[in-house]
Design a protein around this ligand. Structure first.
Ligand SMILES: Nc1ncnc2c1ncn2[C@@H]1O[C@H](COP(=O)(O)OP(=O)(O)O)[C@@H](O)[C@H]1O
Ligand SMILES: [Mg+2]
Length: 265
């Protein structure tokens, strides 16, 4: 199972849309077995996949009450089927913020590896695990980053974006000291065809030194409508330009992760 996190310290830049779309295309279009993990207290991805229950079982139980830490939950007990055949999910519930605090207060050394250890149980059951993150480096997100091999960092063109990716890169460098295989790849989102946008894209791809997806996601008002309807964008509108772009991103991912000498992330 290849574990991919979608994370950025900025809000509203397409983390959830990217995670949901990539998961949908991998699962429903390419027929890969996909597990989605919700690492954001806001629960947008859980909502989109119809799995949000304020008092339901999900990430909190997985991180706090798994059998490996003396609890009674196996990983499979926290997984829900979605309405899509190839996609399951571990949703957020209303306790995720409390879970962050609870993990923070613990001093056991596995506190940041709980997700990684718990996912070991289902590693042969799925091809991909896509994790949507909130914008804070809280304990839930750190658990996700410690389990992941690749972090996709969506970037929207704008004044503070450079700082956001620099900040993300610094944090990942720190985390690499305990998880050396971790790497980040930027994904430009919400592109509009204007000079500033195109110059920024050129800088990011050719000068910045960051690993960047060749595909850039174009801005599309349909993405907003899909979010309002709480549906994965490529399901809501398979032909919209942003859905097409996400398909190209997934093709890049699959080529890199499956056709490149079997590297596991
Ligand atoms: N390519 C796009 N074009 C236009 N709007 C987009 C695009 N991607 C996302 N959006 C919209 O931007 C808002 C924030 O996106 P979201 O994925 O929720 O960001 P985040 O998870 O980073 O907070 C949502 O309303 C979403 O529908
Ligand atoms: Mg989000």
């Amino acid at each position: 199972m290849k574990i991919i996190a979608v994370m950025s310290p900025k809000g509203g830049i397409g983390k959830t849309t990217s995670a949901d779309s990539i998961a949908y295309i991998l699962g429903e279009e390419l027929k890969k077995r996909v597990l989605i993990i919700e690492g954001d207290q806001q629960g947008d991805t859980s909502d989109t996949y119809g799995c949000y229950e304020p008092e339901g079982i999900g990430m909190s139980e997985l991180l706090e009450k798994h059998v490996s830490v003396g609890g009674s939950f196996h990983t499979t007990d926290t997984i829900k089927a979605t309405r899509f055949t190839h996609i399951d999910m571990i949703p957020a519930n209303g306790y995720l913020m409390q879970t962050d605090m609870n993990l923070l207060m613990k001093s056991e050394d596995n506190q940041i590896f709980r997700l990684r250890d718990a996912l070991g149980e289902v590693t042969d059951a799925y091809d991909y695990c896509i994790c949507d993150c909130g914008r804070l480096f809280d304990m839930v997100v750190i658990n996700i980053l410690m389990a992941a091999g690749l972090v996709i960092v969506p970037i929207k063109v704008g004044g503070y974006e450079v700082r956001a990716i620099m900040n993300m890169a610094e944090q990942i460098e720190e985390l690499k000291q305990i998880h050396p295989a971790l790497r980040i790849k930027a994904l430009l989102t919400m592109r509009q065809k204007n000079k500033t946008s195109l110059e920024f894209e050129d800088w990011l791809k050719n000068t910045s030194g960051f690993d960047v997806f060749s595909t850039t996601i174009r801005r599309s008002v349909i993405a907003e409508r899909a979010a309002i309807e709480a549906r994965p964008l490529p399901e809501f509108s398979p032909k919209c330009i942003a859905s097409k772009d996400y398909r190209d991103v997934v093709a890049e991912l699959v080529e890199e992760l499956e056709e490149g000498e079997g590297r596991d992330v």
